[in-house]
Design a protein around this ligand. Structure first.
Ligand code: CP
Length: 309
């Protein structure tokens, strides 16, 4: 298989295992490219990509922009706060005005779940979802799974635990879809108030005791507490959250085995994970960031439909 089964990357839900394998194999090649002295390839020369960010981002935005530059694409950066969105312009009008300037691809982060799916029904250009509210963050899940594959040699049969604020996490949902499609086992652990009631229907295990979950898994992917999406209190205090669901060194030392620690960032140090763990050699957090660049280059290249490399 040399092309994706989809025109857009709106969510992992819409990909099949062959698509994910193709993205990984393409990312393997691009990872080699980004570690060369000359990191730029002409693959997307004369392709124009707009990065539409309606919500804050550090990693995803820089990673997409760098991926586009490494592929020699022309880039337009759009930030909602300094645009005519603040004057009441709709999403479709905003995007159609940008596309009228002959833009080929759209990378979009938006606070509304389904914003990318909605847009895909109204425009011709390929869309990459860079995170839509509490729904999906497909390139994050791809880079997470790629990092596990790199560290453990594969995904099939591996036991991955996703820790924390499952309810508000687009990373959790995309990770569940991606890991299950690639044959991994998934367990979720967190406070009951942050666990959606439907979640077991996705074929995952649910646990409420952090130590039991860590004893089970090969990898723990630790999520940020998304206070900005919590309109009510889901736990009494951050101190109590850290006490029951925070990952710290004594807890890891008490396990009968070593596990790999991941975090999509940004980290609330001392809440969901201590600095000692985040910066330890259990952690592959910065490998995830490096792999994000290769994954995003692969996604943009495959969606562009270009054949040369
Ligand atoms: N992981 C992630 O999406 O980080 P940003 O919000 O900084 O892009």
């Amino acid at each position: 298989m040399s092309s994706l089964s989809v025109k857009h990357l709106l969510g992992i839900k819409y990909l099949n295992a062959d698509d994910i394998e193709l993205i990984f194999k393409t990312a393997d090649s691009f990872k080699e490219v980004i570690n060369r002295p000359i990191k730029r390839v002409p693959t997307l020369r004369d392709t124009t990509i707009v990065n539409l960010f309606f919500e804050n981002s550090t990693r995803t935005r820089i990673s997409f922009e760098l991926a586009e530059k490494r592929l020699s694409a022309d880039i337009v950066n759009f930030s909602a706060s300094s645009s005519s969105v603040s004057k009441g312009e709709t999403l479709i009008d905003t995007v159609n005005n940008i596309l009228a300037m002959k833009v080929d691809m759209v990378v979009m982060r938006h606070p509304a779940p389904g914003a990318g799916v909605f847009l895909s029904k109204h425009i011709e250009a390929s869309i990459v979802n860079a995170g839509d509210g509490t729904h999906e963050h497909p390139t994050q899940a791809l880079l997470d799974a790629f990092s596990i594959r790199e560290k453990l040699g594969g995904l099939k049969g591996k036991k991955i635990c996703i820790v924390g604020d499952i309810r508000h996490s687009r990373v959790a949902l995309s990770n569940i879809f991606c890991l299950k499609k690639m044959g991994a086992e998934v367990m979720l652990v967190g406070p009951p108030t942050l666990m959606p009631t439907y979640i077991e229907s996705l074929g995952v295990k649910v646990e409420y005791n952090l130590k039991r979950a860590l004893e089970w898994c090969d990898v723990a992917n630790v999520l940020r507490i998304q206070l900005e999406r919590q309109d009510i209190k889901y736990f009494p205090s951050l101190r109590e959250y850290a006490l029951y669901f925070g990952i710290n060194k004594p807890l890891l030392d008490s396990l009968k085995k070593e596990i790999v620690i991941m975090h999509p960032g940004p980290i609330n140090r001392g809440v969901e994970i201590t600095s000692e763990v985040a910066d330890s050699n259990h952690s592959i957090i910065l490998d995830q960031v490096e792999n994000g660049l290769a994954i995003r280059m692969a996604v943009l290249y495959l969606l562009s439909g270009r054949k040369e490399n």
